[in-house]
Design a protein around this ligand. Structure first.
Ligand code: NAD
Length: 359
């Protein structure tokens, strides 16, 4: 069961458990693990799982989890076992070192390559997609006006002007969701190839000339030079100051999130405006964001919640569980003795995810 405060998701669902059982796995589910996501123990039992206490659920050959484990979880894991889950760390990591010291193999889901073959296994994508959707609903609920244009007998309302910063998986879903709600949507990303995607969703791209490209390796962005960062903030300021709602999603792997919405910009926003900062866990795209909190600064609501998928736990868990099932399917071969693990270093996807023993 996920132990992080506020975590409501579960790494497998009865639907996926049933498929694993049909492939010859013996599946153990910690009692109550799916309750907060709407999956009761009885449904897991009906799918063929054994319900158990925490000690038995962790002491397994293959442990499926979502969030980075803590020390007590690592202590409960089986020596020589295989962990599949998020690590939520970059560089040296005592938790990963403790798993490796138990001769475990560790597959970190954030190391999954961004290839077309890996797409169906990519939890970062499935969860970012949900986060982009849920972030817009949060903004709409906290904004004191309509998103769509409204013409009624009691008068009319103009559509909200929404700016989405970062047009990756979360940002594109945020654009689509805000458009569905009828807002006027503007969007910006440092990777030039996103322009077409922004247009195809009916939003208006914000074009800036920074004098350098932000496209990095593997489809991700790279960190800009200090000069370009300053030019970017200045060039964005006037566009942002016209916004009523800003959804920021800009991230750079293993680096602090870029500051895109300065305090000066927040001061220029109309009172009642809302900023949802999806980069809050990495320091925020706005320096006024408080991670895991919702605060008001200069009359603007800043939402710094760091786990939007946990606010849609049933679907977030269903997508996560299917991603893991697709991953497990490339990792095993069937035999009369049950599913056997293939050589994880022989497949480009699992090889990339495998934490080197030296890490
Ligand atoms: P991410 O969460 O790392 O970052 C979110 C967005 O922030 C990115 O689009 C990035 O370009 C943008 N960003 C970073 N710095 C910025 C700045 N200073 N100003 C403005 N925007 C900034 O990215 P992601 O959503 O995980 O997606 C990254 C890329 O990977 C996308 O092209 C996506 O389509 C691709 N992708 C491919 C696969 C696959 O093929 N399996 C899966 C997922 C994502």
């Amino acid at each position: 069961m996920e132990t992080r405060p506020g975590e409501t998701r579960v790494a497998s669902t009865p639907e996926v458990v049933k498929k694993l059982v049909s492939q010859g796995f013996t599946v153990i589910v910690e009692s109550g693990a799916g309750l907060r996501a709407g999956y009761p123990d009885a449904d897991y039992a009906a799918a063929g799982a054994s319900l158990s206490d925490r000690a038995s659920a962790y002491a397994v050959d293959l442990l499926l989890k979502i969030r980075r484990p803590d020390e007590s979880e690592v202590a409960a894991m089986q020596a020589g076992g295989l962990y599949i889950g998020l690590l939520e760390s970059c560089g040296e990591d005592v938790i990963v070192a403790a798993m490796l010291a138990k001769k475990m193999r560790v597959l970190g889901l954030e190391r999954m390559p961004r290839s077309s073959r890996a797409q169906s296994m990519d939890v970062l994508s499935s969860q970012s997609n949900l986060a982009g959707y849920r972030a817009v609903l949060e903004a709409a609920a906290r904004y004191g006006r309509f998103f769509p244009m409204m013409m009624t007998s009691a008068g009319s309302a103009k559509p909200a002007r929404v700016v989405v910063l970062g047009a990756g998986v979360a940002g594109l879903q945020a654009i689509a969701t805000a458009r569905r709600l009828g807002a006027d949507v503007y969007a910006y990303d440092v990777r030039p190839e996103t322009r077409e995607q922004i247009l195809s969703l009916g939003a208006k791209p914000i074009d800036l000339d920074l004098g350098e490209s932000g496209a990095g390796a593997g489809g991700y962005a790279r960190e800009l030079s200090d000069d370009a960062k300053a030019r970017q903030q200045a060039a964005l300021a006037d566009e942002l100051a016209k916004a009523h709602v800003i959804i920021t999603t800009a991230l750079i792997p293993c680096r602090p999130a870029p500051v895109l919405v300065t305090e000066e910009v927040v001061k220029r926003l109309r009172p009642g405006s809302v900023i949802v900062d999806l980069a809050a866990a990495s320091g925020g795209n706005c320096p006024l964001t408080v991670a895991d909190d919702i605060v008001e600064r200069h009359g603007v609501t800043l939402v710094g919640l760091t786990n939007f998928p946990a606010l849609i736990p049933a679907d977030a868990s269903a997508f996560y569980a299917r991603n893991l099932l697709n991953l497990i399917e490339i990792m095993i071969e069937r035999s009369d003795a049950g599913p056997q693990l293939k050589d994880l270093s022989a497949d480009d996807i699992t090889a990339a995810m495998l934490v080197p023993a030296a890490a």
